[in-house]
Design a protein around this ligand. Structure first.
Ligand SMILES: NC(=O)c1ccc[n+]([C@@H]2O[C@H](COP(=O)([O-])OP(=O)(O)OC[C@H]3O[C@@H](n4cnc5c(N)ncnc54)[C@H](OP(=O)(O)O)[C@@H]3O)[C@@H](O)[C@H]2O)c1
Length: 200
């Protein structure tokens, strides 16, 4: 069985997006800085030429993309316009929402709406992922898996910028302190990749 992994780009002060994020301002004020490293290299990863990670990040990014399914939240989905119904990692995605959107999910897309909670989303994701990892791609959703004891791995792409405000990754923690074991550090260009196993 694969791990449940949250893998996000985060500022040194703990934000995955700046203040005032929304469809017109996808990563919030100053938040685009968190994704600069994604196009700081020369070699394209896959078909999308926005993805040009530095050579030292390449193996890490390939690992992030090599997942069996993605679980995401409605704010991320809306801001990304539902990725046109096909998530960039190329895996089926499961959208947690209380109010199903009218497009980019369902037949002809890779998206499935889940309205009955995180356990249901995980069960459906595992059913399609086989032994692959399940990537959790949003903060509020990751917090719920962490609080429920269902998150196995935290993968941070730590960017040396202080955003000062915005969407905090580690908010709403129900249990703390929480211990994590650092299993890998990769220093790259404009980003440090940190991988931790969550101690249960
Ligand atoms: N830095 C990075 O690597 C990175 C990556 C991805 C996203 N982002 C950024 O992260 C921000 C969005 O993250 P976020 O944490 O604010 O929001 P989010 O997790 O994407 O979405 C939260 C919303 O999802 C729905 N939801 C969550 N849990 C649910 C549940 N158990 N059942 C039903 N619905 C549920 C709710 O919406 P409804 O009640 O409206 O349905 C909730 O308001 C954006 O700024 C995005 O650009 C950054």
């Amino acid at each position: 069985m694969g791990d449940v992994v949250v893998g996000l780009s985060m500022s040194l002060d703990g934000f995955i997006a700046g203040a005032n994020d929304g469809p017109g301002n996808p990563l919030g004020d100053g938040g685009a800085r968190l994704f600069d490293w994604w196009s700081a290299g020369t070699e394209t990863l896959g078909a999308d030429d926005r993805f040009r990670p530095p050579a030292r990040s390449r193996a890490v990014v390939e690992e992030m993309f090599d997942c069996g399914a993605v679980i995401t939240g409605r704010r991320t989905f809306d801001i990304a316009d539902g990725w046109g119904g096909h998530h960039p990692v190329g895996a089926p995605f499961f959208l947690l929402t209380h109010d199903p959107p009218g497009r980019h999910v369902g037949p002809g897309t890779d998206g499935t709406v889940v309205t009955d909670g995180i356990e249901s989303a995980l069960e459906q994701a595992r059913a399609v992922a086989g032994d692959g990892d399940i990537a959790v791609g949003a903060a509020q959703v990751a917090q719920q898996y962490l609080n429920a004891g269902l998150l196995d791995v935290v993968h941070l792409n730590l960017v040396p910028v202080l955003l000062g405000a915005g969407v905090r990754l580690f908010a709403n923690l129900k249990r703390h302190p929480r211990d994590l074991e650092c299993t890998r550090v990769v220093e790259s260009d404009g980003v440090t990749h940190l991988r931790y196993r969550v101690m249960k």
